[in-house]
Design a protein around this ligand. Structure first.
Ligand code: SF4
Ligand code: SF4
Length: 142
């Protein structure tokens, strides 16, 4: 069973994704691509697409609830890294649950992470928090 975030993406299409402007690559080399952001007041930026209703981050590729990945995974904002997937670290996540419910997806349980334990794969890179991570293979166009 793969990382459930790869077949979800709900949080990337439900919340406004705003963060301190200095996280962008026009301020910090290797940071969040500034061209994918918009100003949000004097000190903050927002990922394009998440400042409107319904939101959907411009960096999210694929179809929510089916197959997705973040096209800037290694350079995503800190706020994206902070959102936990429910039970990825053994506890529920209100943000994850809220987004999944909004898309009619069941909330995650501990059982959704057993693939990782079974594979003795606790240092899997996807353990670093939310965010649909890049697929091992190029995604099939949704
Ligand atoms: S993880 Fe990637 S796709 Fe999701 S909101 Fe953050 S930048 Fe956008
Ligand atoms: S953190 Fe939760 S809502 Fe976000 S992509 Fe992963 S499973 Fe979906």
């Amino acid at each position: 069973m793969p990382n459930p975030c790869l077949s979800c993406g709900a949080c990337c299409a439900w919340f406004r994704v705003s963060f301190y402007w200095r996280e962008c690559d026009d301020q910090c080399p290797g940071g969040v691509p500034a061209g994918l952001t918009e100003d949000l007041g004097p000190f903050r930026r927002v990922m394009k697409g998440t400042g409107r209703i319904p939101p959907r981050c411009i960096a999210l590729e694929g179809e929510v609830g089916t197959s997705v990945y973040c096209s800037i995974y290694a350079r995503r904002p800190g706020i994206c890294r902070e959102v936990e997937a429910s039970f990825e670290f053994g506890r529920p996540s209100a943000q994850c649950d809220k987004a999944r419910i909004a898309f009619g997806l069941p909330v995650l349980t501990a059982a959704d992470w057993r693939w990782r334990d079974g594979a003795d794969n606790d240092d899997h890179p996807d353990d670093s928090g939310n965010s649909p991570s890049p697929p091992a293979m190029p995604p099939v166009a949704a």
